[in-house]
Design a protein around this ligand. Structure first.
Ligand SMILES: Cc1cc2nc3c(=O)[nH]c(=O)nc-3n(C[C@H](O)[C@H](O)[C@H](O)COP(=O)(O)OP(=O)(O)OC[C@H]3O[C@@H](n4cnc5c(N)ncnc54)[C@H](O)[C@@H]3O)c2cc1C
Length: 510
């Protein structure tokens, strides 16, 4: 017999906790597969993992960091402590069922009548959720009127590279680990894995870069081995949040700066203005590129990307470089190898340029397969709507898949601060559930998501990452308007134009 409740939330990371807080008056049930809240910050962090968003951006609107003006980036442990304080303060932990993994979702609503959205709480179950706990083999079923999926884009399932036959990890005599495995090691185990070993790291995103530095630190001294980073796609990395003495937010996070960028539903004249202003936009991107090329030895190490900086920014791929990355490279502790294709051999790895690298340990910093987590639990035909129509998940307001009734997704579109992106959408969701406004027709929602995808596609070659960082203020404006709140939230027009928008601007008016 299924246990019935109104709202179910799957996942207890930042998004799931934000959803539980905003929907708390409906006593939601939150299923969390592990024994802790925090998601990637708990299970996908190394000892050196830090936030790379400024602290005052990665903050719930009604719960400031105790030291919010501290310019240091908080460690993953500080983020977990902050999230625990938030969840405790707002008494959200009581909703969470730990060690409860959702393994199947069934649709029990009326599909024919779900072609138009009605109330999200229709008074009868629409979804059933099968949950496996660590205490029992038996699957417990729950029935909900509305489900919020917060299983995360990262963590849990590694994205593994494919290899030609007989050239995979099975023929390699050393050890192969994904960063997910590395995160599970304690400090001593991780040092032991890397120390005095020939380590090859595949990847050039934040987790690869941090790992290379940890590897270099474990191999100090004359006998220490250098680690090699194998880089396929280059991305811009930044040392800190200022450029030529100007704060970074001035370039992308104010209304004035986002005015230069295209946004959905912008009309003919705005499109024209954007077109006319595009040289200015490109100049700003070039200004940042020239600063980075001057500040960091990118040319020396062959790490200067060909594509403009703004494309990385528009796809949420800008990584903050650990302070000692290039000093370790200068000491010879980090080497860089550019390669597109590679495979394993007995003693290490081989590349398509004919060269070989000896290795004791190969670390795959190749990312995660967040969609697989969804595909594993969602039933057909809904599963096929996840990538409709062009490989990107269509999410109205970054939250509702127009083809999937009585379900919301939080944490699947990104911006500079994913916490803020998730929180404001959960506020919107809470009002939507309370019938304070209605969703447009499915056609209108699909039209809106298609327009957003087109903007992303025009802005960056990495558009499949669902990132709204170049039009995030406009996105929040539309969300506020739909909720019946003021969208321009500063006190005067100078602040409105030139100061950055962050979570605190969206604190509820009392
Ligand atoms: C190393 C790293 C650094 C990052 N740095 C930043 C940063 O500086 N700034 C930024 O804005 N973002 C950053 N991010 C992105 C980060 O993912 C988000 O900020 C945010 O923490 C995502 O939270 P989430 O709740 O959406 O997902 P997650 O943190 O992934 O949480 C998902 C939760 O769902 C649970 N779960 C999954 N499947 C099931 C299931 N079937 N049943 C029950 N529970 C399930 C998981 O156990 C997990 O607890 C970083 C990510 C990583 C991996």
């Amino acid at each position: 017999m299924a246990i019935q409740s109104k709202i179910g939330i799957i996942g207890g990371g930042i998004s799931g906790i934000a959803a539980a807080k905003q929907l708390s008056k409906h006593n939601p049930i939150v299923f969390e597969a592990t024994d802790s809240i925090g998601g990637v910050w708990k299970h996908c962090s190394y000892k050196s993992t830090k936030l790379q968003t400024p602290r005052c951006d990665y903050e719930f609107s009604d719960f400031p960091w105790t030291q919010r003006d501290n310019k240091n980036f908080p460690s993953y442990q500080e983020i977990l402590d902050y999230l625990y304080s938030y969840a405790t303060y707002f008494d959200v932990l009581k909703f969470v069922k730990f060690n409860s993994k959702v393994i199947e979702i069934r649709f029990v609503g009326d599909f024919k009548n779900s072609s138009e959205y009605g109330s999200l709480l229709p008074g009868h179950p629409v979804w059933e959720v099968g949950v496996q706990t660590s205490q029992s083999e038996t699957i417990q079923w729950y029935a909900f009127e509305f489900l919020v999926i917060c299983t995360g884009k990262y963590g849990d399932i590694p994205a593994m590279p494919k290899f030609p036959q007989n050239k995979g990890p099975e023929i390699f005599q050393g050890k192969v680990v994904h960063t997910l495995d590395y995160c599970k090691l304690n400090e001593e185990e991780s040092t032991q894995l890397l120390k005095d070993r020939k380590v090859v790291i595949f990847g050039y995103k934040k987790s690869a870069i941090d790992l290379a530095v940890e590897c270099a630190e474990a191999n100090q001294g004359p006998d220490g081995q250098p680690c090699t980073m194998v880089v396929r796609t280059l991305h811009w990395t930044v040392p800190h949040y200022s450029v030529w003495g100007l704060p970074f937010y001035m370039f992308y996070s104010t209304r004035a700066s986002q005015f230069l960028h295209e946004r959905p539903n912008q009309g003919f004249f705005r499109t024209l203005i954007c077109h006319m202003l595009s040289p200015m936009r490109r100049t700003l991107s070039k200004m940042i590129e020239s600063y980075l090329a001057w500040k960091l030895p990118l040319e020396k190490y062959g790490l200067k990307p060909e594509h403009p900086f703004e494309e990385d920014y528009a796809s949420c791929q800008m990584a903050i470089l650990p302070e000692n990355f290039f000093s370790e490279a200068d000491k010879g502790k980090i080497a860089i190898k550019r390669a597109s294709n590679w495979w394993f051999c007995e003693g290490g790895v081989e590349f398509d340029d004919g060269t070989k690298l000896d290795a004791d340990v190969v670390v795959l910093a190749t990312g995660f397969d967040g969609k697989q987590k969804l595909k594993a639990i969602l039933p057909d035909p809904f599963c096929s709507f996840l990538e409709f129509p062009s490989g990107i998940m269509p999410l109205y307001r970054g939250t509702i898949n127009p083809m999937i009734p009585n379900m919301a997704f939080v944490g699947y579109i990104e911006s500079v601060s994913n916490l803020h992106t998730a929180e404001i959408r959960c506020k919107w969701l809470s009002r939507l559930v309370d019938d304070l406004f209605e969703l447009p027709s499915i056609e209108k929602m699909l039209d809106q998501t298609t327009k957003e995808m087109e903007i992303m596609r025009r802005t960056t070659r990495f558009y499949k990452r669902s990132c709204i960082s170049t039009f995030s203020i406009n996105h929040s404006d539309e969300i506020c308007e739909e909720m019946g709140l003021r969208s321009w939230r500063k006190n005067n027009w100078i602040a409105e134009a030139f100061s950055p928008y962050n979570s605190q601007d969206y604190e509820e008016e009392k």
